[in-house]
Design a protein around this ligand. Structure first.
Ligand code: SF4
Length: 200
């Protein structure tokens, strides 16, 4: 069994977090050199068994289509779609949205992310949202980290990292003109590095 297959077996069998719902979800691409890290799957993703399967995905893949000229299908074929945690955290009663993963859940799941980075040795990591950015850069103030390329290291592997705001409909960050400009810059940086996704 390859390291990649062993990883997927371990990930799909993981039940380390007692308060999450459903089975782990990931978007595996065996030879990917580009990884995208989201926050956590929602209920639709658990049913569809693939990340970004609902409204946030529709918005995010529209960004890639418009800025990079890349369809959702091609993106899913080329990019390993990971997440800060791989199981649906459940609903947050107060906000009505999905519950933010706990510190313990993020810690439990970080080993899966580390293993993927070691196996894939990505050239580019796209961190989507503040939690993903914190996992890669250690900071999460979007205005300071969107629109620039970072050199980051995790699990002993160094790569370029570009941050996007979370595409959830609940996020209003891109409504401000200056933030929309930062998003456009991040997408341009990804476009410039899209060729890195082809393994030589
Ligand atoms: S969130 Fe991650 S660590 Fe927790 S049960 Fe799911 S796969 Fe395992």
């Amino acid at each position: 069994m390859t390291a990649f297959d062993a990883h997927l077996t371990a990930l799909f069998a993981c039940r380390a977090c007692p308060n999450v719902l459903g089975e782990p979800v990931t978007g595996p691409v065996r030879d990917a050199r580009i990884m995208l890290i989201g926050q956590a799957p929602g209920p639709r993703e658990v049913v569809d068994k693939r990340p970004f399967a609902f409204t946030a995905g529709t918005r995010m893949f529209a960004w890639f289509r418009d800025a990079l000229g890349i369809s959702e299908d091609e993106f899913r074929r080329r990019v390993y779609i990971a997440a800060v945690i791989r199981c649906f955290p459940g609903r947050d009663e107060k906000s009505g949205g999905d519950r933010v993963p706990s510190v313990a859940e993020i810690a439990n799941c970080s080993g899966h992310l580390d293993r993927e980075i070691v196996i894939l040795r990505p050239s580019l990591v796209i961190a989507v949202g503040t939690l993903a950015a914190a996992q890669i850069l250690g900071v999460s103030q979007l205005k300071d980290i969107v629109g620039v390329v970072h050199r980051a290291t995790r699990a002993g592997i160094t790569f370029d990292a570009v941050v996007l705001p979370h595409p959830s409909g609940r996020s209003t960050w891109t409504n401000k003109k200056e933030n929309a400009a930062l998003l456009a810059k991040s997408l341009e940086l990804i476009k410039e590095r899209w060729h890195l996704g082809v393994r030589s």
